[in-house]
Write a protein that binds this ligand. Sequence first.
Ligand SMILES: CC(C)(COP(=O)(O)OP(=O)(O)OC[C@H]1O[C@@H](n2cnc3c(N)ncnc32)[C@H](O)[C@@H]1OP(=O)(O)O)[C@@H](O)C(=O)NCCC(=O)NCCS
Length: 176
Amino acid sequence: MIFENHIDCGDFTLEKLTPTDENAVALLTVINDNRLFLGKYLEWVDAYTTPEKALANIAKTHADDVCSYFIIVDGRIAGKISFVDTDDNMGEISYWLASKYTARGIMTRALNLMTDIGFNKMKLNRIQLTIDVDNTDSDAVARRCGFQLDGVLRQYFLLRGVPCDMKMYSKLKMDK
Ligand SMILES: CC(C)(COP(=O)(O)OP(=O)(O)OC[C@H]1O[C@@H](n2cnc3c(N)ncnc32)[C@H](O)[C@@H]1OP(=O)(O)O)[C@@H](O)C(=O)NCCC(=O)NCCS
């Protein structure tokens, strides 16, 4: 399945960046500037310490058969939203925003758009999000987009070795 390179969302775009050294440095800069903010819930930021690592991520996202996009505001990298795990029925979405781009409704609109792609293009029936029980901002995004709480997965995830309880949210195409 082929996904578009560029989706216009008004005041932001979803884009598959070209894997260039310039984009790698830009991505690494955003991660460095938001290391504490993102790292509170996302352990992968710890491993993002070199432009090579950022370049590999951009290259992976650039592939047109993966549903994964950088969020671009005024030409700058503001965040990312991706399907991180999929099968014929289910897709799991993960996302992040740099702190200066929060509180504008960007992720709410990006998640609604990705959900739409998941149901209508990828023909998924279930789209899910796993969210740390303390992550109230992400929880609010899920609820605003009509995701429903399935339950709490106890110690589902280890964040730097510390067990975290995660809320499992889902949205179903064939909601009964
Ligand atoms: C989770 C995360 C993406 C949420 O970001 P966010 O800015 O709160 O979410 P949105 O972009 O949807 O913006 C929502 C806010 O904009 C406001 N808003 C403004 N215009 C809006 C619009 N058109 N539509 C919806 N909300 C709008 C909302 O009221 C809300 O503000 P509030 O929290 O003060 O009520 C962000 O906190 C983040 O990246 N955190 C670190 C990484 C992380 O936790 N990732 C998720 C792991 S599960």
